[in-house]
Design a protein around this ligand. Sequence first.
Ligand SMILES: O=C(O)[C@@H](COP(=O)(O)O)OP(=O)(O)O
Length: 258
Amino acid sequence: MSKYKLFLLRHGEGAWNKENRFCSWVDQKLSEDGVKEAQDCGRLLKEQGYKFDLVFTSILSRSIQTAWLVLEAMGQEWVPVVKSWRLNERHYGSLIGLNRAEMAVQHGDEKVKLWRRSYDITPPPIDESHPYFLEIYNDRRYTTCDVSKENLPRAESLKEVLDRLLPYWDSTVVPEIRNGRTVLISAHGNSCRALLKHLEGISDEDIVSVTLPTGIPVLLELDENLRPVKPRQLLGDQAKIQAAIKKVEDQGKAKPST
Ligand SMILES: O=C(O)[C@@H](COP(=O)(O)O)OP(=O)(O)O
């Protein structure tokens, strides 16, 4: 029997998702399509009768904007939104800003897939010479974190995302769920994958084939130990969801399959 419902959401399409560039800790806003995806997501959740008590987001605008649009479409704008860098997207290090398909031409599809989807491979770190270094590390939001700026990551594997996310999950999110609050986590492809790996006990090998499309809510039904009682449900039109997953997978290919 399911005791709790938890919703995970990768934000709506961001400007750099559209341009097929690794966005990561660069603070891009939603694209026009991304705004629509977030609104459609909110409408779907409303139609299905879901009600949230609390929303968690990263400190990146695309996840916050998505949360607001979802709540607005549901008529639940009053629901508190709590933000933490620990839900940020994976730090893609020196890959930030690069085009995935161009990287696949240079390094091959397999290498790009390893960088994007493997569990414990950390991409090369970002350094001061990187064009987006100052934009990220001089941003005031990173003075508000519970670790000093010097100790914030310079690149992360999915494992390292889980390592920084889990203390927050355990200390801040879990108590709310256990208190009976229905929680939405509006975050990112890889911060949601890391959490799914933890909750569903997905192996290091199998996590490679888990891909989340933008703007599609993932419903997890959990027992009293916060273990899923059934497979995750991606809500919405299943054919469209499969096509969206394939589109995300194809972003890392030199020549997308047809
Ligand atoms: O950093 C990014 O560009 C994407 C993930 O990229 P991939 O892991 O899919 O390459 O994160 P998100 O759009 O969820 O914030």
